[in-house]
Design a protein around this ligand. Structure first.
Ligand code: ADP
Ligand code: MG
Length: 339
């Protein structure tokens, strides 16, 4: 009898020890949203439920933030003819970061570029080179400092239009990480059109191996970054571009100072940090800033790491990435020192 109650007690203890945490499963899913292919992979007790929640959240954010959805917050702001528009907290979060990075990048990131992006056809996949006169007419309305934010309203001049294409995916990536973390995931990785963000390490405890695309040969990888708990976000001139009748190539990241594709010495910028929104906003901003300004920006900010690929084929790496970097290319590598 005594022996039997011991067995029951031991069994109960085992149940208490293991019962609270159901075993984790690894599940993944693919979807197309925000004009790009996305892959989500998570290890958690309810991995399938988390993937469903994440997919719903991504679609919800697309509805709210997309410039091409007529009912989005952004379309409402663009159609308001100068009047204030009440927007959702998600929209406000992204706008606040856009203003902040607009400022620290000296206007390299400018969400009011939208009319110029439209003139190039980048938002509609109907590309053509605008005439200098067309650009001259549009550029005076490009000025992110004209965007007025209150607690929950946005107001822009009647002739201005905004677009969050440079940072919406980064915010979405953070939102998915939040869902996964709240659902108890200790390991996850997502790629939103090549923008990668990870929780923890791989299920076996080793770091995630994130490949960075070779901007000169986009079907190949340039290098691998081994990371844990990081966003790795790239802006490159190979991601969306077209070639005109004269054989000139034009890409989708524009310099707000000229209205032309940014051509300041870089072909790709990868930013590594803890927040997807910050990394995404920065990757676009630093691409426009160009080699020298980007270096100075990093040395001043010191709250992210970056990998730059220059137009003449050199990899520039900030100090903090040295130990997690494996070069797969034959390009020379230079390390950018902290000061
Ligand atoms: P991707 O979306 O290809 O990952 P980015 O994060 O760099 O790349 O975002 C590029 C998008 O941002 C463009 O497609 C356009 O909508 C918008 N954009 C382009 N140039 C700028 C700029 N200087 N400031 C703000 N937004 C920009
Ligand atoms: Mg970006």
């Amino acid at each position: 009898m005594q022996h039997r109650s011991f067995i029951i007690a031991a069994g109960l203890c085992m149940l208490l020890l293991t019962g609270c945490s159901a075993p984790s499963k690894t599940e993944s899913t693919d979807l197309f949203a925000m004009d790009t292919y996305m892959t989500l992979k998570v290890t958690a007790p309810d991995a399938e439920g988390l993937l469903q929640q994440a997919s719903d959240r991504i679609k919800g954010l697309e509805d709210t933030l997309s410039v091409t959805r007529p009912d989005s917050d952004i379309s409402k702001v663009n159609a308001a003819n100068g009047a204030p528009v009440t927007v959702q907290p998600d929209t406000m979060n992204v706008l606040q970061k856009a203003m902040q990075i607009g400022k620290v990048s000296g206007g390299a990131l400018d969400i009011t570029l939208y009319p110029v992006l439209k003139a190039w056809g980048f938002t509609t996949h109907d590309n053509h080179v605008p005439t200098p006169a067309e650009l001259d007419a549009l550029l005076p309305n490009v000025d992110y400092t004209q965007v007025q934010l209150s607690d929950d309203t946005v107001q822009i001049p009647a002739d201005a239009q905004i677009d969050l294409g440079a940072l919406a995916k980064g915010y979405t990536s953070d939102a998915v990480m939040d869902i996964f973390r709240e659902g108890g995931a200790q390991s996850a990785i997502i790629s939103l059109g090549g923008n990668v963000q990870a929780i923890g390490s791989r299920p076996d405890g080793t770091p995630w191996q994130v490949a960075v695309v070779d901007p000169f040969a986009p079907s190949e990888n340039l290098c691998i970054l081994a990371v844990e708990d990081r966003a790795v976000i790239t802006s490159g001139n190979y991601e969306r571009y077209f070639t005109d009748e004269d054989g000139n190539t034009w890409w989708h990241i524009l310099d707000p100072a000229t209205g032309y594709p940014a051509d300041n010495g870089l072909v790709s910028v990868t930013v590594v940090g803890t927040e997807g929104l910050y990394c995404d906003a920065l990757s676009t901003a630093l691409f426009v800033e160009g080699t020298e300004q980007a270096k100075a920006h990093w040395q001043k900010a010191q709250d992210f790491e970056m990998l730059l690929v220059t137009s003449d084929g050199t990899i520039l790496l900030t100090e903090g990435l040295e130990d997690c970097f494996t070069n797969l290319s034959s390009m020379p590598v230079e390390v950018i020192p902290r000061a």
